[in-house]
Design a protein around this ligand. Structure first.
Ligand code: NAD
Length: 492
């Protein structure tokens, strides 16, 4: 057996051993096998990364955008070349199926492609003769050093909602991946190394709270993008903003699907099951509540229960598997405890997927799809983010009641409607309080050329990830007012 490898950081163009005193095991959730040890890097290591990034900024911001994107073109090609390996790494450390990991990497690459358009996206505006002989222009300049703090559930994609835009705009960067899934970024940084990017332009610091706090407090770090749970998002938003940084924090979710009686039930069931149980329910856009309206109740309930029971659960590397494990033993225990709480609150356990026996993977953190029926709309289980393959069913009489239920929730990441009525779809799109709306779509994840984020306690900040929002986030505007009196040109 190979000895367990301790992961290095990547600072100033060098792979370097961390001086951390503490380490955590990186665990394959399908097998409970220890894959590596991740260092919980110290504030001093964050400082080294911030210093390196700050020094690199001087030249990087002066590198023309057309040259900067050449590195992104190289990166895109390398990501394509290593696509399979990256997807396998995601599955191995995060548990999702290989098809899901490939989907994740595809979206990561799409963001690199969009950021390659920076010479156009970063352009400012100007107006001649705002007064006689006076011109005014707005230009965009990079901020300096920026950082991302990532969650466990999309180790490959989420840093790419921000990083390619930050670099393309002329910033330098620090990535702090989730300590639960640090292996994918190790591979991505091996590819960064091959692009020949100048040293210090991108840096990787592994770790947890100590490293995060050092990022939040470091005077040279100007902007922070965070994706994770709402309590941590709130903490990061307030501490970083108090330190004068630009911050965007994406938080948790409790995503509802509404099923109207006129919906195409076969399609709705298939899509709802993918939304609720895909990635083992560990997607920020996973359906967690299904609200049936009127006669939809009976047909949808029966069909979704059948679909849930048929889902093949196992190691995501197995091509037949449709759903992998949840991320940790603690997460599995928490989800199962919440399911019990739902039952104790009076819901019916229509499909109970707790503690399945998955042959050959007895140590893995598996939960089979689980459905709670007749969930109390104001109860804890209808409000708390479960982040596992658990769907709660609520039955209401009208679309108005369903929209009111959605809008009374704490979160606003996504809301979806299933219907064949254009009028109902328009009403829903207009009234539902969420940053992402799906109409006959179960995971309304915008493509890279649209901004991505939620509302309410699913997001703290204003500019979102991806697209022109990311360009605005990673630049500051400067307005120049120039006077060139026409009489001065007479001398030429
Ligand atoms: P998490 O909040 O536990 O951790 C996210 C990051 O914060 C990690 O890098 C971690 O090291 C750091 N962190 C954790 N606790 C901290 C603390 N006390 N102080 C400083 N840093 C801390 O989230 P997670 O469990 O990795 O991810 C799952 C959560 O992320 C879910 O709530 C999910 O909804 C959310 N999420 C949201 C989106 C979105 O776009 N809104 C996308 C993906 C995931």
């Amino acid at each position: 057996m190979n000895p367990i490898h301790t992961l290095p950081n990547y600072i100033n163009g060098q792979w370097c051993a961390s001086s951390a005193r503490e380490h955590l095991d990186v665990i394959n959730p399908a097998t409970a096998e220890v894959l590596a040890r991740v260092p919980l890097s110290t504030a001093n290591e964050v400082n080294q990364a911030a210093q390196a990034a700050s020094e690199a900024f001087t030249n990087w911001r002066r590198t023309p955008p057309t040259e900067r994107v050449q590195y992104l073109f190289k990166l895109k090609n390398l990501l394509e070349e290593h696509f399979e390996d990256l997807a396998r790494t995601i599955t191995t450390e995060c548990g999702k199926t290989l098809a899901e990991s490939k989907g994740e990497m595809r979206r990561a690459i799409e963001n690199v492609e969009v950021a390659c358009g920076i010479p156009i996206m970063m352009q400012g505006t100007n107006l001649e003769d705002v007064a006689r002989g006076i011109d005014e222009m707005m230009i965009r300049q990079p901020l300096g050093v920026a950082a991302v703090i990532g969650p466990f559930n999309f180790p490959g994609m989420i840093p790419f909602w921000f990083l390619p835009y930050a670099l393309a705009c002329g910033n330098t960067y620090i990535v702090k991946p989730s300590e639960k899934v640090p292996l994918t970024m190790q591979k991505v940084f091996e590819l960064f190394e091959k692009t020949g990017l100048p040293k210090g332009v991108v840096n990787l610091v592994n770790g947890a709270k100590e490293a995060v706090d050092a990022i939040l407090d470091h005077p040279k770090i100007r902007a922070i993008s965070f994706v994770g749970s709402t309590p941590v998002a709130k903490y990061i938003y307030s501490r970083a903003a108090t330190n004068g940084k630009r911050v965007q924090c994406q938080g948790g979710a409790k995503n509802p699907l509404i099923v109207l009686p006129d919906a195409d039930m076969e399609m709705t069931t298939r899509i709802a099951a993918d939304s609720a149980f895909g990635c083992a329910g560990q997607r920020c856009l996973a359906a967690s509540l299904a609200v049936t309206v009127g006669k939809a109740g009976e047909t949808f309930t029966e069909a979704i229960a059948e679909t849930a029971k048929k889902r093949i659960v196992g190691n995501g590397l197995d091509p037949d598997v449709e759903m992998g494990p949840v991320i940790t033993a603690q997460s599995k225990a928490r989800i199962e405890q919440l399911v019990q709480q739902g039952a104790d609150e009076g819901a019916k356990l229509l499909v109970d997927g707790r503690s399945p026996k998955i042959s050959g993977y007895e140590q893995g953190y598996f939960i089979q799809p689980t459905i709670l029926q007749n969930v109390e709309p104001t109860g804890e289980i209808a409000r708390t983010e479960i982040f596992g393959p658990v769907l709660s069913l609520i039955h209401l009489n009208t679309i108005e009641e369903a929209i009111a239920l959605i809008n009374s929730g704490q979160y606003g990441n996504m809301a979806c409607l299933f219907t064949t009525s254009g009028a109902a779809a328009r009403k829903f799109r207009y009234e539902a309080e969420a940053g992402n709306i799906g109409i006959n779509i179960g995971v309304a994840a915008p493509m890279a050329f649209f901004p991505f984020s939620g509302w309410k306690e699913s997001f703290f900040g204003d500019l979102h990830g991806q697209s022109n929002h990311a360009v605005e986030f990673f630049t500051q505007t400067k307005v120049v007012v120039e006077r060139w009196p026409s009489e001065w040109s007479r001398q030429f």
